[in-house]
Write a protein that binds this ligand. Structure first.
Ligand SMILES: [Zn+2]
Length: 171
């Protein structure tokens, strides 16, 4: 049996796995790690992919198995949960701070998908919000490419400090 202490240790190991595309944040920071549980002798780790088409999921699953095995967990199932779909709103406050510190503008609040939303909020969300430069804070920025190094990111240039930077898209 996996003890409660063992499960807590497994959670900590899983939570520390870095995202392959945004290595400054962990899968827990990004909200990719949904659950770590036990089924008999097995450890079951549930992850939700971020942006559709991100090929990082296999790499994350491999990294999870490798690190958990190194901590003594040999029987590990990594499962993918597609519903509910991942939202950039799941990125933690810590994760947003780490992205900013690495020069990547974190996403705005994602557009509401369902449920009643006050009209003013809807109007705010449908307007394209300016992406602030993570270096100087200026909102005078221009998107230069819809896709950066990965589909998750767009490329921007700051018109104040002239520096290019990446922005994690809100979905
Ligand atoms: Zn700037």
């Amino acid at each position: 049996m996996v003890t409660a202490a063992g499960l807590a240790a497994a959670r900590a190991v899983a939570a520390a796995v870095p995202d392959p595309e945004l290595p400054m944040v962990t899968v827990a920071d990004l909200g990719i790690l949904r659950d770590v549980a036990t089924e008999g002798e097995r450890l079951v780790v549930t992850i939700t992919p971020t942006y559709s088409g991100c090929p990082a999921l296999r790499e994350i699953a491999h990294d999870l198995r490798r690190r958990l095995a190194a901590s003594g967990f040999d029987e590990v199932d990594v499962r993918t949960a597609l519903a509910p779909a991942w939202s950039s709103d799941w990125i933690t406050a810590d994760g947003r701070r780490k992205l900013s510190a690495a020069g990547i503008a974190p996403p705005h609040a994602a557009p509401a998908r369902s449920g009643p939303v006050p009209l003013t909020l809807t109007l705010t969300l449908t307007r394209r919000e300016p992406v602030a430069c993570p270096r100087c804070g200026s909102a005078d920025t221009t998107r230069t490419a819809a896709f950066g190094a990965t589909a998750c990111k767009a490329l921007f240039r700051c018109e104040s400090c002239r520096e290019p930077f990446e922005h994690v898209k809100a979905i």
